[in-house]
Structures are given as structure tokens and as C-alpha cells.
Design a binder for this molecule. Structure first.
Ligand code: SF4
Length: 268
């Protein structure tokens, strides 16, 4: 029998079910940080990764990050003075690499010029002012902006990506707001989660929730869902320990409340 879900209001319940299945993915309790960091310049590395991952698989991004790190470009001054062609060659085959390269240089120059090269000084700005400033920079749209603010800056902003929309839409298709404009959905979700028990640590909750959603979509809720498992065995990071979940084989943890799954079962 379907354990019916009240759209939006049950976001906390979805989170609990995912977290119970995957365990902590991000933050101090996680065995490995969900966002793998390879350099000593984590905040800049996250900004670079957030730009590179647009329309690009993480495996490609991570290889590019390693090349940039090896070439010394994960530092603001070096990135700001980089040659666009050399940078484009290093981040290739990331999608739009010839546009992302000058975009990254422009972002680094902005940090160099406005904050004396301090990424932390930029990210420490008040949330709304920072969001406006980031959105004015090249190659930074809403999703990229919010990823940077949440994971590099620790701001309590809920990231909306295609995984988020897909997962929630499948679990509760009657809720029409999953396809709402970016900020409409983001605000609606934040309003629900702000009343959650973890409200005191909202940024940590949002970061963990986004990681949980991505893990669910990478393992189970693919374009062609694997509701009953086994989970997809994609290894999307070279970082050791990221294969922790490959042995899980209980199926998607959201089956009990997922309307799409229940409808599929009843039609068999
Ligand atoms: S039960 Fe299937 S359709 Fe529903 S969220 Fe899980 S993988 Fe996606």
C-alpha cells in the first residue's frame, strides 16, 4: 500500500529515509567528504569545480581539477594571469571549455581586484549581497552560484539541480512546483526546511541533503530508474573510499513513499 506523501511538507521525511540508507555523506561525520578536495585551496577549488561541472560529468571535472592543480592554477593569482588557451587545454574535454577558461580567469581577476586575492573575503560577504555579486560574474548561473555559496562559503542556500527536480518529481508528481522557476522552488523548499529540527545548522543540513539527493540519483533514480536495485556501480570520483555504497543492494530507500514506484508496481 502506498504510504502517501504530502508534497514539500515531507521533505524532512525524505531526507531521513535517504540519510538512513546512505549514512552521512558530507561534513565531519562522513567517511569521505562528498565534495573531494585535492589542493590546499578548497574554496577556490570548489568555485572552479562548480563552473567546470556545468553540462559535464564529475569524473571529467575531477581530472581537470587535478591537471589545474598540477599546473599551479588553483591559486587566485596564478588563475587570474593564466593564458586562456592554456587553461582551455587543461580543462578539456569539459563542456564549453573555451568559454569556461576565460570565465574562470575573469572570476579570479574579480577576486584579485576586489578582495586582494582572498576567496574567503569574497565568500564572507552577507548572503544576499554575495549572491548578487556572484550572479554578475561570467559562467555563474543560479545553480552554480548556490553550489559555491553552500559548499565553499557555508551559506544556507538550498541548491536546485536537475537531480533535485527529478527525484522529488518522481516521489511526489502531484506537486506542481518541482518544475517551478529556480528561485520559486528554492524558496519553497527552504521555507519548509527552516522549520525542521536541524534549523540551527541549516547550511549543514542543506549541504548534506543535496549530497543525499545526488547519491540517490546516481545510484537509483537514474534516467531509467533502478528502484529495486542493484545500485549503479558508477565510480564518480578517484578519491579513495567513494566506492563505499557499491555493495548496498536493498533498492531505493524511497520506494515506500514514491508515487512513481507505487504506480509502476500497481500497473504490473
Ligand atoms: S523508487 Fe524509483 S522512481 Fe522513486 S525515487 Fe526511488 S529510484 Fe526514483
Amino acid at each position: 500500500m502506498t504510504n502517501s506523501l504530502h508534497p514539500l511538507a515531507d521533505l524532512q521525511r525524505i531526507y531521513t529515509m535517504l540519510h538512513s540508507h546512505f549514512g552521512p555523506l558530507h561534513g565531519p561525520a562522513a567517511r569521505r567528504p562528498w565534495w573531494p578536495i585535492f589542493s590546499e585551496h578548497a574554496q577556490l577549488e570548489i568555485i572552479v569545480g562548480a563552473v567546470l561541472v556545468q553540462q559535464t560529468r564529475w569524473e571529467t571535472v575531477e581530472a581537470a581539477i587535478e591537471r589545474l592543480h598540477g599546473a599551479g592554477f588553483l591559486q587566485v593569482a596564478a588563475l587570474a594571469s593564466a593564458d586562456p588557451d592554456q587553461l582551455a587545454a587543461l580543462i578539456r574535454p569539459a563542456a564549453f571549455h573555451t568559454q569556461k577558461a576565460p570565465g574562470l580567469i575573469a572570476i579570479a581577476r574579480h577576486i584579485q581586484r576586489q578582495y586582494a586575492g582572498s576567496v574567503a573575503a569574497l565568500l564572507n560577504r552577507p548572503t544576499q549581497e554575495l549572491r548578487t555579486e556572484l550572479l554578475a560574474l561570467p559562467r555563474i548561473g543560479r545553480e552554480t552560484c548556490d553550489v559555491i555559496m553552500l559548499y565553499a562559503g557555508g551559506h544556507a542556500i538550498f541548491v536546485i539541480d536537475e537531480y533535485t527536480r527529478r527525484l522529488f518529481e518522481r516521489v511526489a508528481p502531484e506537486e506542481h512546483r518541482w518544475r517551478a522557476p529556480y528561485d520559486v522552488l528554492r524558496t519553497a523548499i527552504e521555507q519548509v526546511l527552516q522549520t525542521a529540527p536541524q534549523a540551527a545548522a541549516l547550511a549543514a543540513l542543506y549541504a548534506e541533503y543535496h549530497a543525499q539527493i545526488n547519491e540517490a540519483c546516481v545510484r537509483y533514480c537514474l534516467s531509467k530508474p533502478r528502484c529495486d536495485g542493484p545500485p549503479a556501480r558508477r565510480i564518480y570520483s578517484r578519491q579513495q573510499g567513494r566506492e563505499n555504497y557499491l555493495d548496498r543492494d536493498e533498492g531505493c530507500p524511497l520506494r515506500a513513499i514514491c508515487a512513481t514506484y507505487q504506480a509502476t508496481r500497481s500497473s504490473r
